[in-house]
Design a protein around this ligand. Sequence first.
Ligand SMILES: NC(=O)c1ccc[n+]([C@@H]2O[C@H](COP(=O)([O-])OP(=O)(O)OC[C@H]3O[C@@H](n4cnc5c(N)ncnc54)[C@H](OP(=O)(O)O)[C@@H]3O)[C@@H](O)[C@H]2O)c1
Length: 333
Amino acid sequence: MKAITVETYGGPEVLQLRADVPIPTVNPGHVLVKVAYAGINFMDIHTRQGKYAASVTYPVRLPCTLGMEGAGEVVAVGAAVAGLAPGDRVAWCIAWGSYAEYASVPAARVAKIPDAIPFDLAAASIFQGSTAHYLVEDVAQLRPGNCCLVHAASGSIGQLLVQMANSRGAKVFATGSSAAKCAVAVQRGAAFAIPYDNGRFADRILEATHGDGVDVVFDSLGKATLRDSFRACRTRGLVVNYGNVSGSLADLDPIELGEGGSLFLTRPRLADYMADGPTVQRRADAVFSALLDGALNIDIEGRYSLEDVQTVHARIEAREQIGKAVVCIGGAR
Ligand SMILES: NC(=O)c1ccc[n+]([C@@H]2O[C@H](COP(=O)([O-])OP(=O)(O)OC[C@H]3O[C@@H](n4cnc5c(N)ncnc54)[C@H](OP(=O)(O)O)[C@@H]3O)[C@@H](O)[C@H]2O)c1
């Protein structure tokens, strides 16, 4: 089968499109899926760069077939799998191998897709939708009257966080690296969106909150913004550092959280918030139903082929991507 494999860590050039990859065998607890669409996301970039080379939470090792979110049709089920059958339309994430014609996926990571959700939208929403859902619902537990700051709010998770926080009645402030990206955040429902301005976003947030700061900061940048995110947060507020696209703040002293106003800091991971099949399905259902009733919108920026994946990876790293890119593999509904 065709698949994109990685044998050494590095830039987009290490992605290899091969036509001779064996179709995976179906382990007892897995299902074999004919992949219709795979999503492309920043975690694929981190994986390709080697950031998970020693990860315990995400033990993806080389050589591997890249891609960890997708949607398609079940074509075979393992001997130990109950509740899934050939012909089922499913989506999944945090299981590697979706940049391929077939993927073997642990049954516990698979969600069924309602008929009204096409495969491309399911592939575009399952990973980042589930992530935004656990961040807003379980980690931050936003309530009406809360206010929060979403960094990189035109990014895939950023746009979903803005919309889900709004749906829970929170006021949302946002950041973005360009006027066009800030405009996307406002279009998604942010009260205002501002540039990072070398950390001076924190001063603007303090002004807007009468010196108090926000209840929650969602920070996916890490090193470039985290200390100023502390400044933008209220006393005993919560800073959710869910990504490190600018690198990791390696020299953090816990005393800084005390000086910042007895702050809470968490570095959560989706795998720990969807530990079983029912949770995976519950989050997927919440995302799919919000898409169907119009509470949530995802722009699929482009439907690419496996040949285009290198280019899309390069664009994401160059910070040029706005909207979700999916790879059309088997296609159709
Ligand atoms: N903790 C979890 O459970 C979890 C789950 C899924 C993903 N993640 C992580 O969340 C982060 C965001 O994921 P995503 O899928 O939303 O990514 P995305 O759609 O590619 O958005 C990333 C955004 O980061 C900003 N950015 C800042 N510095 C950047 C840089 N040096 N290079 C590229 N972009 C940069 C860009 O917005 P501006 O240009 O406006 O700054 C960009 O839109 C990633 O680190 C990903 O691994 C975490």
